[in-house]
Design a protein around this ligand. Structure first.
Ligand code: BGC
Length: 368
């Protein structure tokens, strides 16, 4: 707490110095390279926009309030908006335009469709607004300043490895396993990153016959879930189980990219009277914690939203001070290498759930 307020105070002090430097004229700095948007800094009380997607999972549902609290706690004005589920893309386009219009200095974006905000981002850039892509990278644009996320390729690799580990543990002595794959929404660039990360681990085991995808559906296009909607995943899984798992053919494992879809797939397996399955997840949703503790869901990933928001607000403070924000890597978005800050995702199974969640005010009580 103390550290944060000291940083914030320092950020504003530096921002004030920059503002003064601006007033006294900077023509004597003629030899300097052109200042970036970030280098001009901005003042306490400035508006920070946060455009979040529709609430397809709990991490998004809780992010809004945490953003509001942390941004206001750091001394800015927060304008936090969610896209609705009916027409999320036009919603986000309109919300971002309104934030630019309202004078936001930084806009943090968790995109619904990462490729459909180009005009708004270009407009933001033209107005000197800094753009931070949050959790989901903004694709195919140079108008994005920073990306902050948990390392999503690593999330996918961890899910793939956990599926293998879980199968070996649950079916000792078995050398081949029947599995199915589920991916997220094609409009979310994370969905392909999770899938590619998982396939990085699973593909050799598919190629050597250890894993058999009985439905034959193995490409991202075949297994993606429109809108991350659990009803879509469940109905595809119902069809797969009815069509490919007849008679004695059983299903042993499912790669699921998150907890919401894992719960839907488990329902489908139970309805089809198949299983037990080893299934992966992500997000550490409250509704999945009992399933993790009982082993019904083999694993999930903990991406503490409080930490991701705190890192984003650190970036905002650095931009306010006229500094570049801290990053630890870059990520290519199809157009440019975006300066990126990655946090490490944490793998959770029933073996470490108590330890991992005990400090989390929402999840701690669920594992006591
Ligand atoms: C997030 C996941 C989430 C999914 C669906 C992704 O972009 O990274 O944590 O489960 O969206 O909401």
């Amino acid at each position: 707490m103390m550290r944060k307020s000291m940083i914030t105070a320092a950020a504003f002090a530096t921002a004030a110095v920059f503002a003064l430097a601006g007033c006294s004229g900077s023509s004597d700095r003629g030899g300097d390279t052109a200042s970036s948007d970030a280098a001009s800094g901005f003042e306490a009380g400035s508006t920070i926009g946060v455009a979040l997607p529709d609430k397809t999972s709990e991490n998004w549902t809780i992010a809004g309030q945490i953003f509001t609290d942390d941004i206001e706690g750091a001394g800015y004005k927060a304008d936090v908006q969610y896209a609705g589920s009916t027409s999320p893309v036009p919603d986000q386009q309109a919300q971002i335009s309104a934030m630019i219009e309202g004078g936001a200095k930084v806009i943090v974006i968790g995109a619904n469709d990462a490729k459909q905000l180009g005009a708004q981002l270009a407009d933001a850039k033209a107005q000197g607004v800094s753009i931070i892509a949050y959790d989901r990278l903004l694709s195919d644009t140079s108008d994005v300043d920073y990306y902050v996320a948990f390392n999503n390729f690593k999330v996918g690799q961890d899910q793939g490895q956990a599926l293998l580990d879980g199968l070996a543990a649950q079916f000792p002595g078995q050398t081949t396993y029947n599995v199915e794959l589920i991916a997220g929404a094609a409009t979310d660039p994370n969905a392909t990153v999770f899938f590619d990360g998982a396939m990085d681990v699973l593909k050799p085991k598919i190629d050597d016959g250890t894993l058999k995808i009985v439905s034959g559906q193995s490409t991202f296009e075949q297994v993606q879930t429109d809108k991350w909607d659990p009803a879509n995943a469940q109905s595809r899984m119902d069809t797969v189980l009815q069509g490919s798992y007849t008679g004695d053919t059983n299903i042993n494992g499912i790669l699921s990219p998150n907890d919401t879809l894992a719960r839907a797939a488990l329902q489908s397996v139970s309805d089809a009277k198949k299983g037990p399955v080893v299934i992966t997840g992500q997000d550490s949703e409250a509704a999945s914690i009992p399933l993790i503790l009982s082993g019904a869901q083999y694993m999930t990933i903990y991406k503490d939203t409080r930490k991701l928001v705190a890192q984003t607000v650190d970036m905002i403070n650095q931009l306010a001070a006229g500094d570049e924000a801290d990053t630890n890597t870059t990520e290519n978005n199809g157009s440019v290498d975006v300066p990126t800050f990655y946090l490490d995702p944490v793998v959770v199974t029933k073996d470490n759930a108590v330890e991992v969640y005990s400090d989390d005010p929402k999840l701690g009580p669920l594992v006591k």
